[in-house]
Structures are given as C-alpha cells and as structure tokens.
Design a protein around this ligand. Structure first.
Ligand SMILES: Cc1cc2nc3c(=O)[nH]c(=O)nc-3n(C[C@H](O)[C@H](O)[C@H](O)COP(=O)(O)OP(=O)(O)OC[C@H]3O[C@@H](n4cnc5c(N)ncnc54)[C@H](O)[C@@H]3O)c2cc1C
Length: 459
C-alpha cells in the first residue's frame, strides 16, 4: 500500500482526546497539511476527555508504552500532573509488586492528610500503590495539544463548518445519490453541516462515541455513558485536598484532588455504564425472541445500537451512588450540593481494545485481508481511530504515534492485529454485556428506564 507522504493532506474528524493527539503528532513530524474538523469548539462539551482529571495507570502492556511515552514527551511535563498512589478494593484481582495493603479504617484514613478521609471504610480492603498510577489534567491536556498543533500549522474548523454529517464515496453524487455500484468504493471527501465538502488524501475518523453515525461499523462500537459530578470546595478545603493520591474503588467510585483553578472536586460513581438502545422491532411470533429471551432480543425487540445524546445532569440513582460513596469515604461531604454533573460517552469495542485500521469498504468484509490480497486501494483513504472503551484517555500522549505508524506503514504486527477491523467478534453482540465492569446492580443500565434526573442549575 502507498504510504502517506508528509506533503499529503490529512483530515481528522473529531478534535477530541485522540484527534488532538493525532494532529499534534503529525505536525511535530513535519506533516504540512493537517486539518481537524469538530462540531464544537475544542475541547467540545461532549468530548469524553473534557474533564477536570482522568486516571492514568501503568498496567497492561499497551498502557505501559503509553506511560513511557508520556514521560518522554514535552507536553507531558508541562501539563500532566502525575500524582502517586492508587487504591483499589479487590487486591486479589491484580498482581502488582511494590504495593502496601490497606485494610483497617485507620490505614485508609492515613493514606491522605488528616481530615480528608473521615469515613469508616466498613468492609473495604485495598492497597496503596506508590508509583505508576495517578491522574492527568484532562481538559488542560486537550487544550495544550490543540494550541501546540495550531502553532505548528494545523487548522481546526469547528461548529457547523466542522460538524461532519456524511462521508462522500467515489460512486456517489454530492447529494448522496448512488452512481452505479462500484465494487471498490473509495472516499471522495466528507460533508459538513453547512454543506462544505472537505477532501484529503487521508481521512482519520476520530469522533469517539459518534463514529457509527457516519459509518456502518458492524456493531463493533457500543456508545456507553458514565456519570460524573462536581462538588465546589472552599479555598481552605482545596488547600487540604492538594496533592492527594487517587482513591479508586472498582465497585463504588473514585475521586482525585480538586481542580487547582476552580477548586471543584470531581467524583464518579462506578458502574458498567448506561446505553440508549436503538431497537429494530421484531414480529411478536419471531422465534429469535424465544431463543434469546434474556440477551440480544430483550423485551421482544432486537437492539441494533446505542445512540449518544448530551445531558448536563445525571440520573438520580447515580446521585444516590455518589452520595453512598461519599458516606463511606468522606461523610462530611455527603450532603453537599453538586455544582455540576453530566453524562459522558465513550465507544466500547467488544474486547475493549481500540479499533484502528484502514477502512476501504462498507460491505462487511474483513478489510485487512482484502487489503493485503488486493494490494491496497486508490484515492482517498480512511483510517479508523476509535474505540476508547472507557479507559483510553491514558493513551493520549501516545495514540498520535500509533496513528503515525499506521499512516507510514510502520506499525508492528502485534499492534495491528490487536487493533484490527474485527466485525466477527461483534456478530450477535450482547449489548448488555458488562465487559468486566462492576458496580451499581452489576448490569448495564438503560437510559429509558431512568426515573428522574438531577436539576443542578435549573431551579
Ligand atoms: C466519565 C468518564 C470517565 C473516564 N475516565 C477515564 C480515566 O480516568 N482514565 C482514562 O484513561 N480514560 C477515561 N475515560 C475514557 C476516555 O475519556 C476516552 O476513552 C477517550 O477520551 C476517548 O477519546 P476519543 O478521542 O475517542 O473521543 P472523544 O474524546 O469523545 O472525542 C470525540 C470528538 O469528536 C467530536 N465529534 C463527534 N461527532 C463529530 C462529527 N460528526 N463531526 C465532527 N466532530 C465530531 C466531538 O465533539 C469530540 O470532540 C473516561 C470516560 C468517561 C466517559
């Protein structure tokens, strides 16, 4: 396959966590024509990474590579505040050296300055990890990457001009009509909400949880949402909470130190996630319903996807979980009103590994083998860079490098196989699969069944 040349144009759809990292990496490596399209100003209000902070942890090999890269990179030292320590409840689930067991309430309380952890930690067990884990200033990382990319010549187009509504293929008119049926469809460009057509040698799809609104991804992505809330702290509380380790309970929730700028403390309740199911009605006597009464064909309907939406509130049940977590850890904050809350979407692959591969067709074939057999495609090409699966902010410092390796044909076989186009494993996908997550009732939840939402700032 032809490699991308540094003078070729590269268009990135989505200026989020990955889009900004990719843009920066390309610019740093001498790519002279890079443009990023986003439906909102960067960082957008729907971006998963537009957040006070995110957990960073060394663990699986992929993440280790990302962390090492983080330390080597310039932006890291400027904008990432790596703190120390991570606590997790189930010590026997993770095999790690250099950790200290934490079991009694006093041991838990002593991991932080006096007055921070005031709870009784009944039934808690865990460990303190003195290095290799911490947090990053997420929103700041995106802003810094964007600014540096712009300084190096990357163009960001946002709003209606940057909101991509459709991809334009080689056998289509600009109005979406098919002109014959080409066996090998190539990408001609992308169309934004204001009707502008953008064309590039290579387009990178990095629009996170919204990716399958532009491409049929054969159920490989499940948009899944999580919940977060903020509590406003006083300056003296913020001073006390400075330089804290992350406290993470895999069943109940987590928090990090408050924002240095605004003194807000972010708290997340842990759960397997919410979806907003998209159904395909089945006839009432359909045998599939009887065969799979509890799985895919739930409630007599066939789920065919999950559709993200924006909401700057959280379900009341989520508020209850946050407050239960506070009661056990910091009861002095249990009843404090939230100053902000929102749902936040990411794209779950079946195996929670990223989906990064060349996309050359919409006919559902295994594109990797087809590409190899045919020796590549001509014309505009599309690289998929999606599938954060709820844990890929930590890849931000390195994802750009991985994409660069894809573009330049240097990516190693192991990475290529792990991230490949893999519709086979999404066939008959169980949309309710918890995918190794705990918390709440131990189930993926349905937004349509939520009984009420918070009303922060509405009254
Ligand atoms: C509540 C929550 C907590 C998390 N905590 C952690 C954590 O502690 N540690 C960790 O490592 N990971 C964490 N994650 C996961 C991490 O944030 C994501 O994996 C990562 O940010 C995904 O990046 P992305 O670039 O794929 O998507 P995003 O960052 O969501 O970016 C997508 C971008 O595409 C844009 N876009 C969408 N549609 C279009 C369109 N049609 N046209 C143009 N632009 C478009 C959006 O505006 C957005 O800017 C968390 C996620 C959530 C939701």
């Amino acid at each position: 396959m032809d490699m991308v040349d540094k003078n070729d144009s590269v268009l990135i759809i989505g200026g989020g966590t990955w889009g900004c990292s990719i843009a920066l990496e390309l610019a740093r490596n001498g790519y002279s024509s890079v443009m990023v399209l986003d439906g909102e100003d960067v960082p957008s209000s729907i971006v998963a990474g537009n957040d006070l902070n995110k957990i960073m942890e060394e663990g699986i090999a992929l993440n280790l590579k990302m962390i090492q890269t983080l330390h080597m990179r310039g932006i890291a030292s400027m904008i990432y505040a790596l703190q120390h320590g991570l606590m997790i409840r189930y010590i026997n689930l993770i095999i790690i050296t250099n950790i200290k067991k934490v079991v009694t309430a006093d041991q838990f309380r002593n991991t932080m300055p006096l007055g921070v952890l005031t709870g009784d930690f009944k039934g808690w067990r865990g460990f303190a990890k003195p290095s290799g884990a911490g947090w990053v200033y997420a929103r700041g990382a995106i802003i810094a990457a964007k600014q540096e990319a712009e300084r190096l010549g990357v163009r960001f187009i946002t709003g209606q001009h940057g909101l991509v509504t459709r991809l334009l293929y080689s056998d289509e008119t600009e109005h979406g009509e098919r002109e014959g049926m080409l066996k090998r469809r190539t990408l001609r460009g992308v169309i934004s909400a204001d009707g502008t057509i953008y064309r590039a040698h290579t387009t990178v799809l990095a629009n996170g949880a919204n990716a399958d609104s532009l491409i049929d991804l054969k159920h490989q992505l499940r948009p899944t949402a999580w919940t977060l809330a903020h509590i406003q702290m006083t300056p003296s509380e913020a001073e006390l909470y400075k330089d804290l380790p992350v406290l993470f309970n895999i069943e109940k929730g987590f928090f990090m130190e408050p924002s240095a700028e605004t003194h807000e403390l972010k708290i997340c309740d842990e759960h397997p996630g919410y979806i907003n199911p998209v159904y395909q009605e089945l006839p009432p006597d359909n045998s599939l319903i009887r065969e799979h009464a509890d799985g895919k064909y739930k409630d007599g309907k066939n789920i065919v996807g999950s559709k993200p939406f924006t909401r700057r509130q959280i379900p009341l049940e989520s508020e209850d979980r946050v407050r239960a977590f506070l009661k056990e850890t910091m009861p002095h904050l249990e009843t404090r009103p939230f100053s902000f809350a929102r749902i936040c979407w990411d794209a779950d692959t079946v195996d929670r590994m990223p989906l990064i591969d060349w996309y050359t067709s919409d006919d559902g074939e295994d594109l990797s083998s087809r590409r190899e057999a045919e020796g590549g495609v001509e014309g505009g090409r599309l690289l998929l860079a999606v599938g954060g699966s709820g844990h890929c902010f930590k890849t931000m410092p390195a994802i750009g490098q991985v994409i660069l390796e894809f573009l330049e044909g240097r990516v190693d076989g192991k990475t290529r196989r792990a991230f490949r186009w893999r519709p086979g494993i999404a066939e008959g996908r169980n949309w309710w699969d918890v995918q190794g997550r705990w918390g709440a009732q131990g189930e993926v939840m349905d937004f349509n069944k939520v009984k009420g939402w918070t009303t922060i700032g509405e009254t």
